[in-house]
Ligand binder design. Structure first.
Ligand code: HEM
Length: 172
């Protein structure tokens, strides 16, 4: 949080808001969003697919017409791909081209291919803009510092089991 705040304050330079045009100048912000979506993809199993022909994959026979679920959650926490996968470390995205637009299959919170999320650009633009300005205008601290429970509820879309309670203090 400290790093993000520092970068945002540097770009804000005392102006009333971070304008949309300046969002690209905050690489740490994008890294924080990527890391958040890596660990907490809202749709962890994407949408179901159906195979259109017989294929053999890693020794398994998958007949035509099989419903295939893609576990993006497991891929995003696979220790053979990610160093310390359970750790929240936005820095891992700073010097890499790894992106969530469906070309890097290790990070697919928006899915990939023809049925990939059509709302991705809108979602990212809004999330970056909102996060940048929330962090710019408020000091955010956890109300439950000692017991932050990140357990999730099961489902096609994932929600926190326990809400994260945040104290937002307006910055001077
Ligand atoms: C952080 C925000 C969002 C996330 C993580 C997300 C994620 C996803 C995922 C994983 C899929 C399934 C992709 C696949 O199976 O390959 C999907 C599909 C879809 N998303 Fe999003 N989405 C987000 C925001 C949005 C927004 C803002 C819109 C619309 C404005 C949107 C509209 C859709 C639609 C219409 C589909 C179905 C596409 C189809 O079935 O062909 N999404 N999204």
């Amino acid at each position: 949080m400290k790093e993000l705040q520092q970068e945002i304050r540097k770009i804000g330079r005392g102006r009333p808001m971070i304008p949309e045009d300046d969002i690209d100048k905050i690489p740490y912000l994008r890294a924080v969003l990527k890391e958040t979506l890596r660990l907490h993809a809202p749709a962890p199993l994407l949408l179901p697919r159906e195979s259109t022909k017989d294929v053999k994959l890693l020794g398994y026979d998958i007949p035509s017409g099989t419903q295939v679920m893609i576990n993006a959650w497991a891929i995003a926490r696979d220790p053979s791909i990610w160093e310390e996968p359970e750790e929240f470390r936005p820095e891992r995205f700073l010097n890499t081209s790894t992106d969530y637009r469906g070309l890097h299959f290790e990070l697919i919170p928006f899915g990939a291919g023809r049925r990939g999320c059509p709302g991705i650009s809108f979602a990212i633009a809004i999330a970056e803009f909102a996060l940048a300005n929330l962090v710019y205008k408020f000091e955010l601290t956890s109300a439950d510092e000692d017991s932050l429970d990140m357990t999730e509820r099961d489902g096609m879309t994932v929600k926190r089991k326990f809400p994260i309670r945040v104290i937002a203090t307006p910055c001077e």
